[in-house]
Design a protein around this ligand. Structure first.
Ligand code: GSH
Length: 259
């Protein structure tokens, strides 16, 4: 991964002329067509961004990292909204392809690089099951503990943690039962799959909200094994270009802000 510390004033994929490129030397190396190195717009402790970073690391794909500071509201800047009108990270730019939605980005990487650490099995039924469990987390758990939902649903910051942990527990109760049936060394059997890249970030997120993940022994055991792997460690929120030096304190300080 190459670090590009902050979101540039203009989104790099919008830069078309050499003059425009020259105005942004910090980004011009990664979006000229001949370079063809993709760019990930990410925030260090965004669980959705971590999903994509895990897949990039597992597939050993080089990429440039553009930090979008959610605490400072950079995801609401007009330049970033050009990339993703929803104003969410991650965004993945690969040449002319601009993708939001972490699961879609992960599938794109899998389809483009199926032989580099395959993350979906051949069997159609198994692939469908993995996708279904990815959605259990990505569609039914993660959105409910975002600031944007907690704020509207509770209207009171003192209620955020209880709201978030309620929905995380409901999700983990179901996921624990599912994983007891299909897991092995990892979430689905003994090979890594896309589900593992969704699971570890959700466990990380749960711990931010002080959920005792040990109540879910299958989930906790798999998460422990995943976090021993180099790809998960390299992509971990604590080790990103935009991770603050006081990451631990920053999480406590900003816990009620966008995650
Ligand atoms: N379904 C989207 C969710 C993206 C999302 O919620 N991203 C969070 C960070 S994990 C974000 O950008 N939050 C900013 C906001 O809610 O304003 C995905 O999987 O990529």
């Amino acid at each position: 991964m190459n670090a590009v510390a902050t979101l540039p004033l203009s989104s790099p994929h919008l830069l078309t002329s050499n003059a425009q490129w020259d105005a942004f030397p910090e980004v011009k190396t990664h979006q000229r067509a001949e370079d063809a190195k993709p760019t990930l717009y990410s925030f260090w402790r965004s669980s959705c961004s971590w999903r994509v970073r895990i897949v990039l690391e597992l597939k050993e794909l080089d990429y440039d990292y553009v930090a979008v500071n959610l605490i400072q509201g950079e995801h609401r800047n007009s330049d970033f909204l050009e990339l993703n009108p929803q104003g969410f990270v991650p965004v993945f730019v690969d040449g002319d392809v601009v993708l939001s939605e972490s699961l879609a980005i992960m599938e794109y990487l899998e389809e483009n690089h199926p032989a580099r650490t395959p993350l979906l099995p051949e069997n159609v039924h198994e692939r469908a099951k993995i996708r279904s469990l990815c959605h259990l987390i990505a569609s039914n758990m993660q959105p409910l503990s975002t600031y944007r939902v907690m704020h509207l649903a509770t209207g009171d910051t003192s209620k955020y943690a209880a709201w978030a942990s309620h929905w995380i527990h409901r999700g983990f109760e179901a996921l624990e039962k599912e994983l007891q049936k299909c897991s092995g060394r990892y979430s689905f059997g003994n090979e890594l799959t896309l589900l593992d890249a969704v699971l570890a970030p959700q466990v990380f997120r749960a711990r931010l909200f002080k959920v005792d993940v040990d109540e879910y022994p299958t989930i906790a055991a798999i998460d422990g094994r995943l976090n021993e792997l180099a790809a998960f460690r390299r992509s971990h929120p604590s080790r990103q270009p935009d991770t603050p030096e006081d990451a631990h304190e920053a999480v406590k300080r900003d816990i009620l802000h966008d995650l």
